[in-house]
Design a binder for this molecule. Structure first.
Ligand code: ZN
Length: 310
């Protein structure tokens, strides 16, 4: 185990322990949607796809992703992993015929006691919908790999295991979707100085501006985020430009900046009011009722446009 792996492992332990402590008193369980109900809908919404995972155990959430992909006839690969840190399965599906690859990630696990709607059912739902859209309208110069990981809350365990075995040459970028269901502004984060000029980021910025987003108002490019993290960090050691992508309410911009960039205060504010979307993050209140369908659609549309611009 490398020092980096050890750091991720310990971070995962803290994450899950805090959630266990905070979520001891559980409210009524979230009412998840069955796969059969979802498949019966002619045009299931992204929010309905969130409800497929919501409130379920991690084993069930993982199974739902695989069953959904199979039922929709989407060809996917299974990547099981088992280490002393835990076991699970990542799922990947490729679409498009280009030489270079863009990897889009959503994690299917949730912390103990949280229904896991925004974290990270929102991302899984967006990527399930996007995968179907891309199969009908594939990019010609790009391969898109949609990756559904397990064990993100265990210090990016699934992603770390994936990175160790996957062929990652010609990967031009990685975006890990986290909390994409509340708000009207997109934030790309963990943009470290050497990665600021990465072509994938430049193209994403141009794509967003082409869609009418405005820098520092309706889209943000943020540096390294303390305390929080996501699966893209498992790709850092390989030198691939890898970022987080989150949706936030534009109106909470200043409160979010204060909250995110002051780790000490952030830690102390565990039990007091946090700005959305962190007011439900890792709590039993992370339910689909708190999500905004427009936020899910906005993210899916931006990624669809990015894929067709690269
Ligand atoms: Zn997450």
């Amino acid at each position: 185990m490398t020092l980096r792996d050890l750091g991720f492992y310990l971070r995962g332990r803290v994450n899950r322990t805090v959630a266990q402590l905070v979520n001891v008193r559980r409210p009524a369980p979230a009412l998840s949607l069955s796969l059969e109900e979802l498949l019966r809908e002619r045009r299931p919404s992204l929010l309905d796809r969130v409800r497929l995972l919501e409130g379920r155990s991690n084993a069930e959430r993982q199974e739902m992703v695989a069953r959904y992909l199979a039922a929709r006839g989407l060809p996917f690969g299974r990547h099981p992993y088992a280490t002393f840190e835990g076991s699970g399965e990542n799922f990947s599906l490729d679409v498009g015929a280009g030489d270079s690859t863009l990897i889009l990630i959503g994690h299917h696990d949730a912390v103990p006691g949280s229904p896991g709607a925004n974290d990270d059912g929102s991302a899984v739902a967006i990527l399930l919908g996007l995968a179907e859209r891309l199969f009908n309208d594939p990019p010609r110069r790009l391969r898109v790999r949609v990756l559904f990981t397990g064990g993100e809350e265990r210090g990016y365990l699934g992603a770390r295991c994936y990175v160790k075995t996957a062929a990652l040459e010609r990967v031009l970028g990685v975006l890990s979707l986290e909390l994409c269901g509340i708000g009207d502004a997109l934030a790309v984060w963990d943009v470290l100085p050497p990665l600021e000029r990465a072509p994938v980021l430049q193209t994403f910025v141009e794509t967003l501006e082409g869609l009418g987003y405005r820098r520092d108002e309706t889209y943000h490019v943020a540096g390294r985020i303390p305390v929080f993290g996501s699966d893209h960090r498992a790709f850092w050691a390989s030198g691939i430009p890898a970022f987080g992508l989150t949706v936030v309410p534009a109106a909470e911009g200043e409160a979010l900046r204060q909250f995110i960039f002051n780790p000490v205060r952030t830690a102390l504010r565990q039990f007091v009011r946090r700005p959305a979307p962190f007011n439900t993050y890792h709590t039993s209140r992370d339910r689909s009722e708190t999500l905004e369908p427009a936020a899910l659609e906005r993210t899916a549309d931006a990624l669809f446009a990015l894929v067709h611009s690269l």
